[in-house]
Design a binder for this molecule. Sequence first.
Ligand code: PLP
Length: 403
Amino acid sequence: MTGTFDAASTLVDFDALTPAVLRSRGSLKWSQYPGDVIAAWVAEMDLGTAPAVRQALEGAVQDAALGYMPAGLALSARTAVARFHEEAFGWSVPVEDVSLLPDVLSALAALIDHHTRPGSAVIVPTPAYMPFLSIPGAHGRRCIEVPALRGQGRSSWGLDLEAIEAAMAQGAGLLVLCNPWNPVGRVLSPAELDAVAALSARYGVVVLSDEIHSSLVIEPGAVHTPYASRPGADPALTFTATAVSKGWNVPGLKCAQLIASGPGRRAWQASPLSAGLDDQASALGARAVVAALSAEGLAWNSLVRDYVRANAELVARALAPVEGVEVTVPQGTYLAWLDCSGLALPEGLSPAAFFRREPGVAMNAGRAFGAGYESFCRLNLATGRALEEQTVSRLLQAVASLG
Ligand SMILES: Cc1ncc(COP(=O)(O)O)c(C=O)c1O
């Protein structure tokens, strides 16, 4: 699909990004670490947002259309989301199955509170997006971490289905599936999803499929498959959470979506908390959803995916000869997962702390992603090319300093 925005000048803008420019914008990503550190941690992009999204937001500000959510706008956003899933992934979603809510994490909290048995555990495959590990405890549930199985190569991280089954057999109430999988970047295969669906049905376990990164598949030939689109996924046990917040870089605009059908939708919409969440989604966010999923918005997203893929290849190429560091290049997401267990680091320094020493690179520390990942770190690839080159050269210099 082609848009009418100026792709060439967009690329020039990306290439020209500098730390000074990014710091002056005042994002969370670039304001957290002082000094000359390159910010490559939290999942925000340095690449701005689609011109279509910017224009929609500018229009709303111009008109001071900054009030509560109009029903018509909410319907437009839900309709755009349903159409996107049909066109991008061949999954036909009735508009009434789409609910709006402020963010994906509020879906997890609401599902734990209202759709799982008190005292039942929550299964989280690890390494996991950090809040998946802390939210269950905050809602009176135990979290069972299920470490991934690891093989060789790009798509080497896989679900440990036996361990997931064992946790379900012990009475767990909810499985949090992350597809594409932050931080390992796996795009889960239909066969893996079918295996999960069979386990969910056998043990009556609810599945929350977090597909917030579905619009960020970057590996050529890789295809995102929505879990709920698989015939074995029981609608009474299946909830999908998604958003345009990652693919169009608007996580602060608070208008995520929950997709549920049949009994799952009725249960979700009947719970008072879910109804409250619907009202809390922001109108600006809904405008962003509509613009992001327009032809122009989709064209920008496609350009960004190509750009991030080139960054991922640059990083993988540069770090391939480095002994002690193994890069998992994402199939989907703009996050690379670095295994630094072969580095002889100074006593007491985690890889993230080591690489952050000035003039360093700030990444997320692996230990936040679950037990056993202390020697990993997560690198954000969504930046300008010159900055990616600078990032790589700092990482190489840091490793060289180990002698
Ligand atoms: C897998 C995953 N889920 C959820 C979120 C957060 O989404 P939200 O801000 O909509 O809660 C993120 C943010 O990085 C994420 O990577």
